[in-house]
Design a protein around this ligand. Structure first.
Ligand code: NAD
Length: 494
């Protein structure tokens, strides 16, 4: 397998012992334990990082609580300037960050570079909001003279728990709106991609954020993640991950009734009508499921194709899937990398077995490749046809490069099948008929509906799920609501 040399900056970061950032200090876990970070393309250990415990979580919460009052009071302009510095440092170290993302997550370097670009623009976007957080004046009907105004106040200590599919942007999706609105933040990154979060912590410290305002706590979800979720001095949990863990966090939050927002799983329908621009639809469907190895919450993993074009369209998709070059993400010829972990690879292969047992037709992929890729956690891009919406492979989130193709007869059939899911994160529609597009967009139960595009994301556009895909909306001004509480002040001046 082709794997070029690492940049000197990446090598020197990996050569140092990885430490957690707590209260402005770089620390090993209190118990001295570590976990390995593994290159999923080779199965080799990249470096070890601290395996924190409830004791470390306590320390991080104490540090964040101490830092909060001053951070809340710093002027919006100064807060914005500091966050702009974070954006500039991410941009400056973009090549190195992209390399680390590829090493830990497996995605090809070109995808990792896109992620860095999003990280920069996202950070700039919320840095710009610090000076624009206003309240309202509200006319009251009480007898006498009153002034009622509202202010938006930070919540306090915010803990962000994140998954491994976007190792850099996920921690920033949580941290930036929370910091911009004056909260102190603790990030608990995925145990599969903790090094990227620790490097981000270095850059945030370099930008000059006061000690304790931003902390990175690494370790297992059941250990540090659960400790934060149960902690009585954490005011808010902001989580992206599986629906199952989301449920556990809701239960854990009951102790101090901390606020919770959740970005969870999906099983998104991508619906292709016979009147669509089929060339564009095929490319969109392909990217919709295979981008980021299919490890993306919005993956268009249920493909609904109008019956008259079903066979040809699905055969075209299977041809494209077979032509994908798998490899190490740092090899420039690689089109798709490995899954993030061996556990995830085994889970995906398990679902391929379930699909075959359910008598779905395996048209492409379905295996872990051998040869020079055998030690990595690869799964070939996989296309199932002859799927019914009741099969487990059509109902459960696989979180990998597996698409289930299902025929439909007309718009109402497509919408009924599309909505027949416990999830409601996103949906895609491909048609040239504007009436059909609007009717389907109105009827689909999803937080985001894309028409003649898929996975089109923008920092300003709200993101979140219907049904069991989540609570709350991130991005844009909606994202500010997740980290602020409204205070109403009523003054009697009669
Ligand atoms: P996961 O739920 O297993 O883990 C996510 C995070 O939760 C990790 O940091 C993990 O350590 C932590 N965690 C695990 N158990 C915990 C516990 N008991 N208490 C506290 N924290 C705990 O998810 P994953 O496999 O890492 O990520 C894939 C999932 O994330 C998929 O379901 C995917 O759809 C979802 N996701 C959703 C979005 C979205 O925007 N809706 C985006 C990306 C990923």
């Amino acid at each position: 397998m082709n794997k070029p040399d690492l940049l000197p900056a990446t090598r020197s970061f990996l050569a140092k012992p990885a430490k957690m950032l707590i209260g402005g200090q770089w620390r090993a876990a209190a118990a001295g334990e570590t976990l390995p970070s593994i290159d999923p393309a080779t199965g080799e250990v990249i470096a070890d990082f601290p395996a924190g415990s409830a004791t470390d979580a306590d320390e991080a919460v104490r540090a964040a609580r101490q830092a909060f009052p001053a951070w809340k009071r710093i002027t919006p302009y100064d807060r914005g300037r500091l966050l702009q510095k974070v954006a500039a440092l991410i941009e400056k170290h973009g090549d190195e960050l992209a390399e680390l993302i590829t090493l830990e997550n497996g995605k090809p370097l070109w995808e990792a570079k896109k992620e860095v670009g999003t990280a920069v623009s996202w950070t700039e976007y919320y840095a710009g909001w610090t000076t624009k957080l206003t309240g309202e004046t509200i006319p009251l009907s009480l007898p006498g003279q009153f002034l009622n105004y509202t202010t938006r106040e930070p919540l306090g200590v915010v803990a962000g728990i994140t998954p491994p599919n976007y190792p850099l942007t996920m921690p920033l999706y949580k941290a930036m709106p929370a910091l911009a609105t004056g909260n102190a933040v603790i990030i608990k990154p995925s145990e599969d991609t903790s090094l990227v979060a620790l490097r981000l912590g270095e850059l945030i410290a370099e930008a000059g954020l006061p000690d304790g305002v931003f902390n990175v706590l690494t370790g297992l979800g059941e250990a540090v993640g659960a400790a934060l979720a149960n902690h009585n001095d954490v005011d808010k949990i902001t989580f992206t991950g599986s629906t199952e863990v989301g449920r556990a966090l809701v239960r854990a939050s009951a102790g101090n009734l901390k606020k919770v927002s959740l970005e969870l799983g999906g099983k998104s329908p991508n619906i292709v009508f016979a009147d669509a621009d089929l060339e564009a639809a095929l490319k969109g469907v392909f990217m919709g499921i295979f981008f980021c190895q299919g490890e993306i919450c919005s993956a268009g993993s249920r493909l609904f194709v109008e019956r008259g074009i079903y066979d040809d369209f699905v055969a075209g998709l299977a041809d494209m899937a077979r032509s994908v070059k798998l490899g190490h993400g740092l090899d420039p010829s690689t089109k798709m990398g490995p899954l993030v972990s061996q556990a995830q690879q085994q889970r995906v292969l398990g679902y391929v077995g379930i699909g075959t047992d359910e008598k779905a037709n395996l048209l492409a992929g379905g295996k872990a490749p051998g040869g020079s890729l055998a030690k990595g956690f690869f799964v070939e891009p996989t296309v199932f046809s002859g799927v019914t919406n009741q099969m487990r492979i059509a109902q459960e989130e696989i979180f990998g490069p597996v698409v289930c193709a299902i025929p439909f007869d007309d718009l109402s059939d497509a919408v009924a099948k599309g909505n027949d899911s416990p999830f409601g994160l996103a949906a895609g529609i491909w048609t040239r008929d504007i009436r059909k597009a609007h009717q389907a967009a109105a009827a689909l139960e999803a937080g985001t509906v894309w028409v003649n595009c898929y996975n089109a994301f923008d920092n300003a556009s709200p993101w979140g799920g219907f049904k069991q895909s989540g609570w709350g909306r991130e991005k844009g001004p909606y994202g500010l609501d997740l980290f602020t509480q409204v205070k109403s002040v009523i003054i009697n001046f009669s």
